[in-house]
Each structure stands twice: as structure tokens, then as C-alpha cells.
Design a protein around this ligand. Structure first.
Ligand SMILES: [Zn+2]
Ligand SMILES: [Zn+2]
Length: 145
């Protein structure tokens, strides 16, 4: 059975459908994600581009680093995506979790860019904390410091 999840920006001008499961759901503590969202930590669900269909208005993009662009709504300003090269996965789109209409079933499995975490932003879970992207190298540790 194929799961299809829907999402949208705050004003609803941009909508999307995401088919099947994401390849990962991760908390990201990196400076760029935090800056793009104005948030202490962001949570992203990553998909291969062919799993995604957008409708409505086109998203606007900001190139935040070489090969990486971040999508947002030009009307309401909602930060929607991280878009770039997923290596073996091909081009990928990661959605900020609260752009989904029902994010409850998208459960995080790791923390990324732990060294960039805001000092007081500890989460009381036992998930692995990675120096960079999840799965690259061994976790720095599991759980809070
Ligand atoms: Zn919008
Ligand atoms: Zn990040």
C-alpha cells in the first residue's frame, strides 16, 4: 500500500504530495537550516524528487551553498524545502516537517550536525547524534549530553 502525504505553505499557495515513505526524518541543528527557519532546530523529511508533486504557485529559491537551494513561498514566506544532490539517491527534496498537513507519522530517527546545536537545545530522546549527515560515520553519542 502506498502512503501519500500532503502539505502546504502557510497561505496555501504552494501545495505538495509526497508518495511512499521518506528515506529519512532527521532533526537538523546546522546554522543554515536554523537561519532559513528562524528556529532553534528544524526537522526534515527527505524524499527522492520523483516521489514529489507540487501544485499551485511555484516556490522561490535561495541558493544557500553550492548545489543546495532552499525553497520558500514568495507570498507568505514559509520555508518549505532543502533541495540538492542526495548521492546514490539522486536529486532529493527535504521538507520542513510542519509543512505537512499531518506530520505525526513522520518520526525522526537521528540528529544531524550536532556540533552546531544551540547549547540549550537538548532533546530528551535516545537518538544518535551525528557530526554531519546521519549515516556518515559513527554517531558522536546517543541521547543528551
Ligand atoms: Zn504561502
Ligand atoms: Zn541543516
Amino acid at each position: 500500500m502506498t502512503v501519500t502525504r500532503t502539505g502546504r505553505c502557510m497561505c496555501g499557495a504552494i501545495r505538495f504530495e509526497a508518495r511512499d515513505e521518506p528515506f529519512d526524518v532527521t532533526h537538523c541543528h546546522c546554522h543554515s537550516c536554523r537561519k532559513h527557519n528562524g528556529a532553534a532546530v528544524v526537522t526534515l523529511a527527505g524524499y527522492r524528487v520523483e516521489q514529489i508533486t507540487f501544485s499551485g504557485a511555484d516556490r522561490r529559491h535561495y541558493n544557500s551553498s553550492p548545489g543546495v537551494r532552499r525553497g520558500f513561498c514568495g507570498d507568505c514566506g514559509t520555508p518549505l524545502t532543502w533541495e540538492g544532490d542526495g548521492g546514490d539517491l539522486g536529486p532529493i527534496i527535504e521538507f520542513h516537517i510542519s509543512t505537512f498537513d499531518e506530520p505525526d507519522s513522520l518520526v525522526p530517527t537521528a540528529h544531524a550536525f550536532e556540533p552546531e546545536r544551540i547549547a540549550w537545545m537538548e532533546v530528551a530522546d535516545d537518538l544518535p547524534r551525528y557530526e554531519g549527515f546521519p549515516g556518515e560515520g559513527t554517531p558522536l553519542r546517543h541521547g543528551p549530553k
